[in-house]
Design a protein around this ligand. Sequence first.
Ligand code: OAD
Length: 250
Amino acid sequence: MSSCFSDGLLIRLASAHTVVAFTGAGMSAESGVPTFRGNDGIWKNFKPEELADLNAFLRNPALVWEWYLARKKIISEVQPNPGHYDLAEIENRFPSFAVVTQNIDNLHRRAGSTRVHELHGNIERNYCMKCGALHSNAEIFAHAVVPKCRTCGGLVRPDVVWFGEPLPMDEWDGAVRVMESADVVLSVGTSGVVYPASELPVRARRAGAYLVEINTDTTELTDRMDEVVRAPCSGALVELADNLKAGRIA
Ligand code: OAD
């Protein structure tokens, strides 16, 4: 069976201790979640500084909430694609396997991945900016346009990272640890332009990882890669999982 992956990668995977999938919006594109950049990207039609920004939220919470409610709805209606399921399935085939994701859509967990570092938050969670109380999406959907905290009346926001905000420390630290101990990193469906997440594959490589890009297009990270697979991620990941299952990597 011919493979879109090199023999070199398959041999490395056979002896790999730690494998990491570093994922971006392209991972969920085949589930129907729009990406951010490119011709049909979200940031082609919307301005991030008006929607994914704390000052914009404080200025006009109704507008930002309207946009996030629309995104929550899209995401609640989509399903993980075969690529998500295959990453979940291959996790047990290595002594250590993790997903480090920039995606907020929760699709890796819904597909069954158990070790997921979410660098940019999770759209299924919400919290009160005053007292920190957590609010479920069900509560948010049942609420007025601008949800207020049931406990203290404070403004509730989605638990996602906005531009200019620091990444959640525990997620970042966990991601750095696993990326810097990785033997192989699969960089899947990310343009690699958003810092500091984009630093992680570079740090992994410096620490000795073999980097593989799976993307339909060239990215900011392409030049740093040891191997590039120009293909939609679900097909490529299904092929990788099939190789593992058939014992071609064992
Ligand atoms: P982008 O929209 O910047 O990039 C998506 C990448 O996926 C591009 O490189 C596409 O070529 C690729 N792609 C699209 N469909 C694909 C498919 N079916 N198979 C493989 N590749 C495909 O998304 P991210 O890199 O995730 O941040 O963007 C990073 C961050 O920018 C996001 O987390 C978000 C955004 O602003 C925050 O919200 C903080």
